[in-house]
Design a protein around this ligand. Structure first.
Ligand SMILES: NC(=O)c1ccc[n+]([C@@H]2O[C@H](COP(=O)([O-])OP(=O)(O)OC[C@H]3O[C@@H](n4cnc5c(N)ncnc54)[C@H](O)[C@@H]3O)[C@@H](O)[C@H]2O)c1
Length: 320
């Protein structure tokens, strides 16, 4: 069985990847538990508590065939004010340290998380070849990863480097992210606690909500392909735009109770993303990716697995 290190493996996407892939790969989750929770992981997944920016901690993992690098400062508000320096340092240190460690240890493929936030308010559908101008520090770190990967690959062409611009990901295991979680989780937690979900504006804003299962599918295809990919960027989404009003309706159906959201004036005056949906033709053509999870089914599955008692911080002041 091929061995894969998942940095940030106890986090939202990482834990879902580890749990869903543990029969296919020998997965090792490394996480410093900054936003992750070891309880997200199935018992069969090997867990190493450590820092992805520390060679000593990475060495504890031993030799692996692939690295899926998800560790880092995973949300734009985590770069605010007194967290600004540590936000950058953590993300950049983790990325370059893990990348260099992977090369020195003969890793075949280095897969990493970029973000769809890079697209800001670009015209849709969002394609990987569009010019991007990162709208915040979080997106700047992800664009840096992409440029760093390209330069690295020119010097060390043997290792494939594959970056994923995930769209808006939803699914189970987000409780430990608290107010940094996806809006579907935040609305679900509100409804579970009989609170009104708060929507900025009229609720017509859209996102390309993508089940974490489809994210895992895209990553897995990139790992398993025999094609030499070089240094590549792929969107992973559904290609479909869904409004927040539609999300509230789907949640009401999943909870089997009426939900009345509270609409407030949008406090974000500049750069708020009103719409998002990806062009997924590049990953479809290269890897045969096809989104499989129907949004309403994915939301029902997530609601079934809610563990509200594990939420780290109150979502009442959540960031939308
Ligand atoms: N969730 C989304 O919608 C989304 C969209 C686009 C991109 N991404 C990116 O995908 C990746 C995973 O996202 P997520 O939603 O699972 O976030 P997450 O915060 O749940 O996962 C990141 C994990 O990394 C860990 N971590 C942070 N710094 C670390 C360090 N120095 N050493 C070891 N572990 C460390 C955290 O504890 C956390 O468990 C992130 O890089 C994020 O920026 C996520």
């Amino acid at each position: 069985m091929k061995k894969i290190l998942v940095t940030g493996g106890a986090g939202f996407i990482g834990s879902n990847f580890c749990n869903l892939s543990r029969k296919k790969f020998d997965v090792i989750a490394l996480d410093n538990l900054f936003l992750g929770d070891k309880r997200n992981l199935d018992d069969e997944v090997t867990f190493v508590q450590g820092d992805a920016g520390s060679v000593e901690d990475l060495d504890k993992v031993g030799p692996v065939d692939y690295v899926l690098h998800l560790a880092g400062t995973s949300s734009a508000p985590l770069f605010a004010e007194d967290q600004f320096v540590e936000g950058y340092v953590n993300s950049v240190r983790c990325f370059v340290t893990t990348l260099d460690w992977a090369r020195r240890n003969g890793v075949k493929k280095f897969l990493y998380a970029s973000t769809s936030s890079l697209y800001a308010n670009n015209p849709m559908p969002l394609t990987e070849d569009q010019h991007v101008k990162p709208p915040n520090h979080y997106a700047v770190t992800k664009e840096l990863y992409e440029h760093c990967a390209d330069c690295f690959h020119k010097v060390y062409p043997d290792m494939d480097l594959i970056g994923f611009r995930f769209m808006s990901v939803y699914g189970p295991n987000e409780e430990a992210k608290g107010k940094y979680a996806n809006i579907i989780s935040q609305f679900a937690w509100d409804i579970a606690r009989d609170l009104e979900p708060v929507i900025y504006g009229d609720g017509s804003q859209t996102r390309d909500f993508t089940s974490v299962r489809d994210i895992v599918q895209g990553i897995t295809l990139a790992i398993e392909t025999e094609k030499k990919l070089g240094s590549k960027i792929f969107n992973i989404g559904t290609g479909r735009a869904t409004s927040l009003n539609e999300i509230v309706s789907a949640l009401a159906e999943a909870f089997e109770k009426p939900v009345r959201p509270k609409h407030i004036e949008n406090p974000v005056k500049e750069g708020y993303v009103m719409g998002q949906h990806a062009d997924i033709s590049k990953i479809q053509a290269a890897l045969g990716y096809q989104p499989k999870v129907i949004l309403e089914d994915g939301i029902k599955e997530q609601v079934k697995q809610l563990r509200v008692e594990r939420i780290k911080e109150s979502s009442s002041d959540s960031l939308r």
